[in-house]
Design a protein around this ligand. Structure first.
Ligand SMILES: Nc1ncnc2c1ncn2[C@@H]1O[C@H](COP(=O)(O)OP(=O)(O)O)[C@@H](O)[C@H]1O
Ligand SMILES: [Mg+2]
Length: 281
């Protein structure tokens, strides 16, 4: 669904991202984790065309590396933002309405010129209305509320709902669970799983490593702009470089048991980061 090869980004002389490659299969969640400043947001910025990048990005086998952010949305790649970027005085429902894709002249021409291009995405074909999207994210009760009046956590969910209203094939979420409490975060994870079960594909950036480990099919770990590990959650838990990146020291491998208090292994960040549940040595 999404194939990323040799992604690189430089800001002036500073290399923020270097040779990042991974593949996201249809109907899967890929977790992208790493300490603060590792390059997670930069990866999403590059994939969605918000920064100039090296390397190639393919969606459904189509190379979109030279396309604008708008064109990448058209190709099915839709993101959320780490900082909430909502219209304070619009209602929740209005946010979805303004995000809905329009079948404009441009799309009609594009269909004529390139009939094999999929304009009606898989998730859209499932026929989700805005009301259903709100229902999915437990936002129906606040559909008529002004967004500025809602809690930070709920505003995060509105950001996700708005992204879904653009009918993505690949949804890129930048720390969507920040501001949710543990229970809300678990419920949110369940909702993401039910969306991918219907064919949506998700890249999830979050510093709640337990959430990522619980719901992702595969995990990519970045540190200093490079991939230091990739694989299943079980493989990542036991990876010494990952433990080192998070703890800043070489650690004993964690026993591969579901109840082995794994948050002690990979839940803390670099010394300057914001660990969610402590665990800094
Ligand atoms: N607009 C920018 N200009 C210069 N440097 C940036 C910019 N955005 C990010 N960086 C740098 O790129 C690196 C990766 O940042 P970022 O992708 O935000 O990390 P993460 O999301 O993993 O915390 C950091 O060193 C950060 O300081
Ligand atoms: Mg970030």
């Amino acid at each position: 669904m999404l194939e990323v090869d040799g992604l690189g980004v430089s800001y002036g002389g500073v290399v923020a991202l270097s040779d990042v490659s991974f593949t996201l299969c249809a109907g899967e969640i890929l977790g992208l984790i790493g300490p603060n400043g590792a390059g997670k947001t930069t990866t999403i910025d590059a994939l969605t065309g918000f920064v100039v990048h090296r390397g190639t990005v393919q969606v459904n086998g189509v190379d979109i590396s030279r396309r604008s952010p708008h064109e990448r949305v058209g190709a099915g790649l839709v993101r959320t933002w780490q900082a909430v970027e909502l219209f304070e005085d619009l209602t929740v429902a209005e946010h979805l309405a303004v995000a809905a894709p329009s079948a404009g002249v441009r799309d009609v021409f594009s269909d004529i010129l390139n009939p094999r291009r999929r304009t009606s995405v898989q998730f859209d074909r499932a026929g989700h209305s805005d009301a259903e999207i709100l229902e999915r994210l437990d936002l129906s009760d606040v559909a008529g509320s002004i967004v500025g009046d809602l809690s930070q956590g709920t505003q995060k969910l509105v950001g996700v709902a708005r992204a879904l209203a653009s009918r993505p094939e690949v949804l890129l979420l930048d720390e969507p669970a920040a501001g949710l409490d543990a229970e809300e975060s678990r419920a949110f994870g369940d909702r993401l799983r039910s969306l991918v079960d219907e064919g949506l594909s998700i890249v999830l950036v979050d510093h709640d490593v337990e959430l990522v480990m619980a719901i992702c099919d595969s995990v990519v770990v970045l540190d200093f702009g490079s991939v230091i590990a990739a694989g299943s959650p079980a493989v990542i838990r036991n990876d010494l470089r990952v433990q080192e990146a998070y703890l800043g020291v070489a650690a004993e491998p964690v026993r591969n048991q579901p109840d082995a208090a794994p948050e002690d292994a990979v839940d803390a960040g670099h010394a300057d980061s914001e660990p969610t549940t402590g665990g800094t040595p």
